[in-house]
Design a binder for this molecule. Sequence first.
Ligand code: GLN
Length: 388
Amino acid sequence: MTDLRLNPIYAEMPVTVFEHMSGLARSLGAINLGQGFPDTPPPPALTAAAIRAMETRSQQYPPSMGVPELRDAVAAYYGRTQGLALTREQVVVTSGATEAIAAAILAVVGAGDEVLLFSPAYDAYAPLVRRAGGVPVFIPLSPPDWRYDEARIRAAISPRTRALILNDPLNPTGSVASPEELALLARIACEHDLVAICDEVWEAVRFDGLAHRSLLAEPGMAERAIKIGSAGKIFGATGWKVGWMVGDAALTTVLAKAHQFLTFTTPPMLQWAAAEGLADPAITDALHAEWSASRGVLIEGLSAAGFAVLANKATWFACIDLPASGIAIDDRTFSERAVREAGVASIPLSALWEGDGGPTTILRLCHCKPPAMLEDALARLSAWRASL
Ligand code: GLN
């Protein structure tokens, strides 16, 4: 047999849990509360802006760093919502936040560099670090609070530590770093001269009443933090794949070079539409109200059906604790059976945890769905659990 010697990082990895569960949901006709995406279209004003841009403006290569309108709009949006003073030069538009994460890792991480990751984590981080020649070093967070522990972080640092990746608010747990934790992470990053890659795609999906505060805003972080955002999450338009990286101008100049040889650029029509959306608080406020309501429907419905829901302050997700819900099977088994037997897809948290020692009995469910769909899923789960 031909030995093509494909890269083992990819040759030996399974398809992502999100693709796996969405594929099962599609083929089985199950309700998909696994992968995070809304089932309704994005706000009509946003779709209209995209159509208008497509019909009346260019559909050819825009500048690699993004159209000026979107770069300005991102800077203005963060000025308005997070008090950050940014300019266009500090924004690089990418084809989704996952591309931004890849570009940031490629720009920062070299052979043998260690990168601190917190578990559970988005499953793209570690393979990207490895592909860049780096070594992921996992720091476990513990349920139910998922707090950042100073001793654990300090114990994970070595002379080779080059960067940390912080996802705040955190998917899959829906937890949010406290002001003290942000200050701690900033202090450690400055002490050890680390770059902080800040995946803040859930910044606009917070339900704790507090404004999002970026690690980039902490003392000493402006020149070492790369803040990553996503129009897909802000507008509930996950298929648009419009994201961005924000940082010090010296940093973004280098980040832009990593981006230019990944996707080079991002569809300009969608960039112009995203720019219009960011400038209109009515659009983002309405989405926030919709997601607050859907979160309530899922959490209340799960509790009423006897599921133990973990506290969550952000994201499109709620997690349930299976043993505390009186269910004696692990999360992967629950997920694989629920999609087939109850017709509801979910994400087992252990799929977002590399190595041993993480919780294996927590399940993530997505709430940004129409109320009737959530009610249907809740009825199915509740009837099915009675048969377990
Ligand atoms: N962030 C999405 C989620 O948590 C998944 C993204 C993806 O499927 N690549 O559901």
